[in-house]
Ligand binder design. Structure first.
Ligand SMILES: *Cc1c(COP(=O)(O)O)cnc(C)c1O
Length: 428
């Protein structure tokens, strides 16, 4: 092919080729822990990272490698590291950048589990997070100090229907010589390509739209390959001799693949948050239909959110795809294919009405997940965002009178009919 293939082609073919041993057309599940070395020299070369190949599946696996290449291609990065969950991906993304005393500046508008991971758990490593409202660019800039090693945000922020101005945050991170990390889980590379807007690293939960049917827990980090890790002394694991890998200088040795190689050779090797080949296989199959599903997800979200906005029991719908959203113009400019399929609905009947709605629905499933072909609902304040303070709940778009919907790919009339009957029960 002379012209670069389009997204619909790449989501099926990138990274994959007929199996060299058998000709198998679909990527086989390489259910193996170890790989036979050709000889002692081959083994030594692999361990020295002088030759790229397979050693042990905690580090690399051929099925996982296909997924890594496909994700890197779809996001426009140079490499990717898959890992065991979206939360593992966040730790794996920060690990090469951080040391005790270092901080990240993070958006307040995050997946509930990420707020807890950043505000509590990473402190055990001596890391910390400073939360700022990313609409206030001066506050973002003011929060960055000499110990800041990254700015972190979500592209389409879960659960509140907020879309981030990625180019503005990238410009700030750039000015301070630190990477911007974007969690692109809710948007997927079909709706948003953060690297094209200046992000250094993209993290994903494969658990959601990428697999798309609620069968997998997995994560990934995609590296843009564009950051100069040696421009300052802030990133010694990448720019200086890495003691965890016999003094190898990753940036000098691997150039724009430094982060990816470090993620595998040190991150996966020592933290062990590995994706298994079965999960990679399911995710590869899911990604084959990503653009088709996302188009339907967005179309259904638009129809259902418009209907809900006009319902008398509803106080507000925060879907960035609605003309009433304060982010409507930003969606048009930065996310022209749509604002995803996640949004929240505030009910006039408050907490009690939310609980009744959740219990009254028949087609929607009440689960702590999103990004499934099935439509899902959750009352965030009593579940996923329960660990947060009331102020944090409101900041995250998960106030007590709010339910979060993840709109699936079913027939939209059926979704509306289900919501209609359950809202009727909820208002009595
Ligand atoms: C689900 C999710 C995560 C965490 O991913 P897991 O695979 O559940 O660990 C992180 N960020 C966002 C935006 C998510 O939706």
């Amino acid at each position: 092919m002379t012209k670069a293939p389009g997204f619909d082609t790449l989501q099926i073919h990138a990274g994959a080729r007929p199996d060299p041993a058998t000709g198998a057309r679909q990527t086989p599940i390489y259910q193996t822990t170890a790989y036979v070395f050709r000889d002692a020299d081959h083994a030594a070369a692999l361990f020295n990272l002088q030759e790229v190949g397979f050693i042990y599946s905690r580090l690399t696996n051929p099925t996982v490698a296909v997924l890594q290449e496909r994700l890197a291609t779809l996001e426009g990065g140079v490499g990717a590291v898959c890992c065991s969950s979206g939360h593992a991906a966040q730790i794996m993304a920060l690990f090469p950048l951080m040391g005790p005393g270092c901080n990240i500046v993070s958006s307040t508008r995050l997946y509930g589990g990420t707020v807890t991971q950043f505000s509590q758990t990473i402190r055990r490593f001596g890391w910390s997070a400073r939360f700022v409202d990313t609409e206030d660019l001066a506050a973002v800039e003011a929060a960055i100090d000499a110990d800041t090693r990254a700015v972190f945000c979500e592209s389409i922020a879960n659960p509140g229907g907020y879309v981030t101005d990625i180019p503005a945050l990238a410009a700030i991170a750039d000015r301070h010589g630190i990477p911007l990390i974007v969690d692109n889980t809710s948007a997927t590379p079909w709706l948003c390509r953060p690297i094209e807007m200046g992000a250094t690293l993209v993290v994903h939960s494969l658990t959601k739209y990428l697999t798309g049917n609620g069968t997998v827990t997995g994560g990934a980090i995609v590296d843009s390959g564009k950051f100069d890790w040696s421009a300052s002394d802030k990133f010694p694991s990448l720019s200086q001799p890495e003691p965890a890998y016999h003094g190898l200088k990753f940036h000098e040795t691997f150039g724009n693949l430094a982060f990816t190689f470090h993620g595998i050779a040190v991150g996966l090797r020592d933290l062990g948050m590995t994706l298994n080949p079965q999960a990679a296989h399911y995710t590869l199959m899911g990604i084959e239909t990503l653009s088709l599903r996302m188009e339907r997800h967005v179309e259904n979200a638009r129809k259902v959110s418009e209907w809900l906005e006009n319902h008398p029991a509803v106080e507000a719908v925060t879907y960035a795809g609605l003309p009433s959203s304060p982010w409507h113009d930003r969606v048009k400019a930065l996310y022209p294919r749509g604002a995803g399929a996640l949004f929240t609905v505030a009910l006039k009947g408050g907490y009690d009405a939310c609980v009744k709605l959740v219990d009254g629905l028949e087609l929607f499933s009440h689960v702590a997940n999103l990004g499934d072909t099935r439509s899902l609902i959750i009352h965030s304040a009593s579940t996923t965002h329960r660990q947060l303070s009331p102020e944090q709940q409101v900041a995250a778009g998960a106030a007590p009178n709010v339910v979060r919907l993840s709109i699936g790919t079913e027939d939209p009339q059926d979704l509306i009919a289900d919501l209609s009957q359950a809202l009727e029960k909820a208002s009595t």
